[in-house]
Structures are given as C-alpha cells and as structure tokens.
Design a protein around this ligand. Sequence first.
Ligand code: HEM
Ligand SMILES: [Cu+2]
Length: 560
Amino acid sequence: MSNLSIPEIPTDQPLPGAPDNWRRFFSFSTDHKVIGIQYIVTSFFFFLVGGLLAMIMRGELITPEADLIDRNVYNAMFTMHGTIMLFLWTFPVLVGLANYLVPLMIGARDMAFPRLNAAAFWMVPVFGTILMASFFVPGGPSQSGWWAYPPVSLQNPTGNLINGQVLWLLAVALSGVSSIMGGVNFVTTIARMRAPGMTWFRMPIFVWTVFSAQIIQLFGLPALTAGAVMLLLDLTVGTSFFDPAKGGNPVLYQHFFWFYSHPAVYVIILPVFGIFSEIFPVYARKPLFGYPFVAVSSLVITGLSGLVWVHHMFASGTPGWMRMLFMFSTMLISVPTGVKVFAWVATIWGGKLRLNTPMLFAMGGLLMFVFAGITGIMLASVPFDIHVNNTYFVVGHFHYVVYGSVVMGIYAAFYHWFPKMTGKMYSEGLGKLHFYLTFIGVNLNFLPMHPLGLMGMPRRVASYDPEFAFWNVIASLGGFLLGISTLPFILNMIGSWVQGKPAGDNPWRALGLEWLVSSPPPLENFEEIPIVTSPAYGYGKTEALTSNLHSQELMLDDSK
Ligand code: HEM
Ligand SMILES: [Cu+2]
C-alpha cells in the first residue's frame, strides 16, 4: 500500500530514539516515529507557553482587584491560553502519540501517506508562529475568547487589516487543514495497512479510539474551518455572515463553531480512553474486561458526539423544544462512556496491581474523568445550566476533563511508552513525585472553581467581588503547584533519555506488536510483516500473538 521507498539498513540499528540522532528530529523526515516525536516535543513546548499564561492569570486572580495586568491584556491571556492549550498542545500531542504507536500496533511499516504526514506536522510550527505573532501586532492578540464569538470578534479597534483576530482565524483555519490531512492518513492507515490476521476485533483499543477520533475530525472540521473563513471575510472584506449590524446572524456562527468544537472534545478524550484501555490490563495483569463492548462504544460515542452541540447554547436564545432534545442527547452519551468506565473498573478489580507511574496517572486520570463526567451530566440539564452558564462551574468542569483526565492520561502514555521510544527506563522516583504534585495540584486548582460558579462568579473577569476571594486563593495556589509539577517531569524525561538504564524490548511484559520489536524500534519497524493469529490485547492469554515473530515468550501467564 505505502509508496515510501525506504533504503535497506540493518534493523538492529537503534535510530529514532538515540540522542546522537537528534538531527533527524529537525529534518523533513517521513518516518512516522520521527514525526510522532516531532509532534510530541513541539506541542509540549506550547503546553509550557499555555501554562505560563495560566500562571499569569492565576497570579491576577489571587486578589479581587485587577492589580497585576491590564484588563485587555487579561482578555488576551485567557483567549490565547485556551487556544494554545487546545489547538497547539492537546490536539497535536495526541496526533503525535498516535503517529508513533498506530503503525507499530497494527503491524505496518509506516502510515499510508508518509509525505502527507510530514506536511501535516510541519504546518503546526507554521500556524503556531502565526498565532504567537499576534502578541506582537498593534492591538495585541484576540480578546474574544477561544470561541471568537461575533460581534465581539468583529471589533477591530486598530483598523488594521492584519490584527490579532485575523491572525487567530488564520491559525485556526490552518490547524483545521493540518488535522484534516491527518484524519485522511489515520483512517486510511487503520483501514488498509493492518498486518495479515489483524482483523478489526483483534486491534488494540487505542487504535479503535484513534480511528473514531479521526472520523470525527473528518466530519466536524469542515464546519469549523468554514465558520472561521466566513468570520475572516466579515472582518476583512466586509461581508455580513455574522454581523448583526449588516443583517448577519451571530448565533449562526455559534452553530458552526460548536458543531465541531463539541465533538472535538471527543477527539481529545477518545485516544485518552484508548491509553487507559492499554495501560490497565498491563498493570492489573488481567485481560481488558468486555473488549468488544469497549471497542464498539468508541464508535457509538463518535456518532452521538455529533448530536449534542447545542448544549453550549442553552443560554443563546435556543427554543425550548431544542433545549430538551439536546439535553436528552447529551445525557445519552454517558451510556457508551459508562460502558468504558465500568469495563476499566472490572479490569482493575481483583488484579495484581503494579502501581508504577503510568498506572498511577491512568488511575488518577480515570478518577478525574468520573468527577468531570458527573458535573458534565449536571451541566446537560437545562435548568442547572441556565443557572451556571458562563460561570467558574463550567471552567472547573472542563479543566477536570482537559487537565484532570486528558493531561494525566497523556502523562500516563508518556511514561508507559517512554522505554519503547527511547530504549531507556525513566526514574520511578521522579515519576511518582510528578504524579502526586499533579494530582494534588489539579484538585486544589479546579475543585474550588465549582463552588465559585455556584456562588455566581462569572468567567473571563480580571477582578471580582471579595466574597469570591477565599476559593480563588486556593485555586491560585493549586495552579502554581501544577506549574511546579512539570519540573520533575522535564528533568526525568531529558535525564533518562540521555543516561537512563537500558529498557529492553518489553520492560512491562505488556502485550502488543510494539513490544515485539527493539526499543527504540528499527527504522522499518518489523524484520518481516507479522502474521497475527490472536487478539493483540487481553493480557494473560497463552496462545501466540503472531505465527512468524518470536512472540511466544510474551504470552506466558505471570502466574506460571
Ligand atoms: C496549569 C494549568 C491550568 C490553569 C492554572 C488554567 C487556568 C485557567 C483559568 C483561570 C481560566 C479562566 C479564565 C477566565 O475565564 O477568566 C482558564 C480558561 C481556559 N483554559 Fe485553562 N488552565 C490550565 C490548564 C489548561 C489546559 C491543560 C487546557 C486544555 C487543554 C486549558 C484550557 C482552557 C480553556 C479552553 C479555557 C477557556 C478560555 C476562554 O474562556 O476563552 N487550560 N484556564
Ligand atoms: Cu459540549
């Protein structure tokens, strides 16, 4: 299938992870492993930028007065924080993990379209630079939030054609194009590049979730990109799609935005669900409970995720019948999600738990997700949402998702596959320190936001009524702790990559094709394409995973 002509090189040459090959990561490489790490490292840089903005916001919010930064600067801060954290950290880092792992997990040598893959990656630094450039144009970055709702986003105080909002829209539209290119690549790779015998119901769950997430990208992104282009035209050439002063309809833009941006939260959480499904069996030493239900629930979530977007618009003058419909569809999505949660609990239950760092982050992430899920169901109910819409209750809810579950899930993946990517073991001590600081930081930072919202504190304000001070001080201290928590992680990753102990092919005695090859994997991934003879999941099974690769020793049950 792939038209990539890879030169014949000895496969025992550890290439992508070895420090002495760092130049590959700055090249237009078409190797999915190099591209995966390019995505991961580039997006982590933007995570730090988004995190720095969050520290400044928490610094402002530790006192009721707007005494640290100007209000306009504060508006720009939360707009850029939200935009960077989603479009330049969360989406690309998960594409990076999927890029590195999916071809290995399905027994392929590379993605279906390697050059398209590299082109999609190199668009990230381009639209990242365009967005960052908005800090340096007259008037500064957009101040209309990560939603860019008109008519606020149609204001152009500088009168310049090139302004913060135009650069924001250009960056978001380009990120959409890059993600659509990625979607085409992943869907084709998973549908067409699986090794012989790797049938759909033998695939690792991570691959199911990536497939589902990328289907959402292909269906939803055109709406967001079209909305961004129409808003750009309103701003630059004076069309009136969304401008009420010219007969346009600003609520129409909200539909274009949320038709994608709600399913987009599943583009983020589905791969994290996949990471949980890969990690729990390995560290509980038990097969994943209910594999076929967990697999299919990803597709059910994909379908339902496109039918709930109006729950973001209950306070936008939406008619009653429509609110009821979307309240119902939103609550319905908790069923397939619940199937996954109960399957993970059943997998962990009664297992021989090994609480290594990946397992701690995965279990912590699951706990945070359950909490976020409960407040999500509360927000789906119209009467409650009308009360807390646009307050800190909403900010608390989605940070339990995006940080509590997603960032912690991503950390779990980093630690679990670090030995495979680098050939080195990380420091378990630093890993555990990172986990406890993160877990405490997440709850100290985002839990207080819920009572603040119930008390009526609106979001997107730089100053507030003194009655909200107590909880804001705790939230800010938690925020700073989260900032500090990244230090042991950075130290661990760089230190271990350079001088960690050798990891070997499969330090976790995990099950899956990626653990059958060397760490880091050879350029061509496999000496010969595996012939799969049994499901690539379900730890504890005895029959061989493949008929041609030396996989028997992986199949031994621990109890023997
Ligand atoms: C160190 C961790 C973080 C802290 C302290 C933090 C803090 C905040 C605060 C205080 C706000 C509300 C601003 C306001 O309404 O005035 C906010 C908004 C937001 N945050 Fe975070 N955040 C963190 C991490 C993240 C992560 C990891 C993500 C996503 C992956 C994220 C996504 C967002 C989004 C989308 C908004 C909404 C921005 C808007 O209103 O337009 N945050 N954050
Ligand atoms: Cu939503």
